[in-house]
Each structure stands twice: as structure tokens, then as C-alpha cells.
Write a protein that binds this ligand. Structure first.
Ligand code: AMP
Length: 282
């Protein structure tokens, strides 16, 4: 496994590779790796000649300084995990390597996909995501790029960016990996105590109950039920719960089987945000 810190070193290596290998799979991450990240790398390894992972905590996608400062950093362990699954190349650039002196995001128009959920609760978040993923795609020029459905809104936004920029990249969405109690794996889970992690199983339990309820209840009733689950909850605050169309991410008021729909939730615990989503299929 090769580890590169500079764009120059990575590009030299990629140039050599591209003369003999045909497909490059790419998995961008912010590190603090867990099995969810590793599943994306495994998927890439199955379908590409070479797999590249990047580890970069992107400052422009954080709207709160504290969140950026507290984000878990476990680079040494990340590299061991990546080596163990035989990732071919890891790119671990510094901030100045990718942003020069100006650490600012560009503005993107994702046709409204960015307007609700994470977009409305984390100001500028998706401009930051778009900025960094575009930079990374331009450097790595992957054949296939792998993103988790856990961040479903992000996945759809990346697809939109690829479409609008005519990038020759196939974006592959991968299923959410979960802890045994159903909690979606996340780097932020490292900031929770054992007890809090245990209690956080409520998020996925609620999503599963929501799917069941869509058979007999209206979306208004379901929303109220979800909101009641968190009222006076000793640990968690509900930030949002919506049911939206998968393609447009527009909130819906009626369950429909014609266009795929998903339930999305975000809760906070001690200022740590946990998000999850589930497909609604009957
Ligand atoms: P992050 O390091 O949080 O930016 O995540 C890097 C990639 O891993 C993103 O495409 C995430 O959607 C994906 N990812 C994060 N958690 C999971 C999970 N539990 N299952 C599958 N993919 C995930």
C-alpha cells in the first residue's frame, strides 16, 4: 500500500498506473475509519484494477468550529485498517495541499437537492462537500467513486455534481453498515460513551417503525409520532424527520409506491449529530 501526502506524488503514481491498468476506484473519506468505510473499499476492490482511498478532514464542510476541532482523528490506525484490506493507494493531503491559502468553498447549484435536511441545518455544508469532491475527482480522475447511502443526501448531490460537470465517473451508492444494535456506523460514534451508543439504537428502531406505520398512517401522523418519541427524551433531541422522494429529496405529504421514497432523520446528543435514513418499500 502506497501512502501519498502530495498531489504531485499521487499524480506521478497515477500516471504510471494509467498506462497499465484500466479502472480506478476511489473512496473519499474523512478518516476515523470503521467497517462502513471499509465496505466501500471492498466494493471498489471487487470492481476496479486499483483502489484509492483519501483521508482528509475537509474544513469547508464544517459550519461549527467545535465540530471540526472535535472530529475524531485516528490516522495511524486508519492506515493499519487500510493496509489489512489491501487498499492500493491512500491519499492523505494537508489542508494547504488542497486549498493553497484560501480555505473557502465554491458555490454550487445542485438543483435544490441541497436545500433541506443537512443543507438547511448545516450552513454551507454541501458547498464544502462539492468543493472538496470536485477537487479530488479532478486529481484522481476515478472510473468509479463509492459513497455511502448513510449520507443519502450527499450521495444524490455528488451524482448531481457529476452530471452537471460531465465528469466521466460512475458514482456507486453503497448500503449503510450498522452496529449490532442497528445504529448506523459513523466516525462520530467514537465521541459517544458505550451507554449512549446503546441508547442510540432508538434511531434505527424508529425508522423501522416508520416504515411499518406508512402502511396504515398518514405522514402527518407519523411525523407527530416520531416527534413524540423524542419529546422529553433524556439524551436525544430531534433535529429533523422527513419523508422525501429519493430523486429530488423533496419532502412528500403522501406515501407513493410509484416514486421511491425515504425517511430521513437527524438527532443530536451533546452537540453530536447522528443521521440515518431508510427506504420506504412495501
Ligand atoms: P466520512 O468519512 O464520514 O466522510 O464518510 C466517507 C464515506 O463513507 C461516505 O461516502 C459515507 O457515506 C460513507 N459511510 C459513512 N458511514 C457509513 C456506513 N455506516 N455505511 C456505509 N458507508 C458509510
Amino acid at each position: 500500500m502506497k501512502v501519498f501526502k502530495t498531489v504531485r506524488e499521487l499524480k506521478i503514481s497515477l500516471k504510471k498506473i494509467s498506462s497499465v491498468k484500466s479502472s480506478i476506484g476511489f473512496v473519499p473519506t474523512m478518516g476515523a475509519l470503521h467497517k462502513g468505510h471499509l465496505s466501500l473499499i471492498e466494493e471498489s476492490k471487487k470492481n476496479n484494477d486499483i483502489t484509492i482511498a483519501s483521508i482528509f478532514i475537509n474544513p469547508t464542510q464544517f459550519d461549527k468550529k467545535g465540530d471540526l476541532e472535535n472530529y475524531p482523528r485516528t490516522l495511524e490506525n486508519d492506515l493499519i485498517l487500510l493496509k489489512n484490506i489491501a487498499c492500493d493507494i491512500v491519499f492523505t493531503p494537508s489542508i494547504s495541499e488542497l486549498y493553497n491559502k484560501s480555505i473557502v468553498a465554491n458555490s454550487f447549484d445542485f438543483d435544490g437537492l441541497e436545500n433541506n435536511m443537512e443543507g438547511s441545518h448545516r450552513k454551507g455544508h454541501f458547498n464544502g462537500v462539492g468543493t472538496i469532491v470536485k477537487k479530488l475527482f479532478e486529481i484522481v480522475m476515478p472510473t468509479n467513486a463509492y459513497f455511502g447511502e448513510k449520507d443519502f443526501q450527499q450521495l444524490q448531490i455528488i451524482r448531481k455534481m457529476v452530471e452537471k460537470n460531465h465528469f466521466p465517473v460512475t458514482v456507486v451508492g453503497c448500503p449503510t453498515l450498522r452496529e449490532e444494535n442497528g445504529l448506523a456506523m459513523s466516525s462520530r460514534n467514537k465521541l459517544l460513551t458505550k451507554e449512549e451508543k446503546q441508547q442510540a439504537s432508538i434511531i434505527y428502531e424508529i425508522l423501522n417503525d416508520v416504515v411499518k406505520k406508512t402502511k396504515s398512517q398518514s405522514i402527518e401522523e407519523i411525523k407527530e409520532w416520531v416527534s413524540n418519541q423524542f419529546k422529553n427524551h433524556p439524551l436525544f433531541d430531534l433535529q429533523y424527520f422527513i419523508i422525501a422522494e429519493e430523486k429530488t429529496l423533496k419532502s412528500v405529504s403522501i406515501i407513493s409506491q410509484n416514486k421511491p421514497q425515504r425517511a430521513f432523520i437527524a438527532v443530536t446528543i451533546k452537540n453530536i449529530r447522528l443521521i440515518d435514513n431508510i427506504s420506504i418499500k412495501h
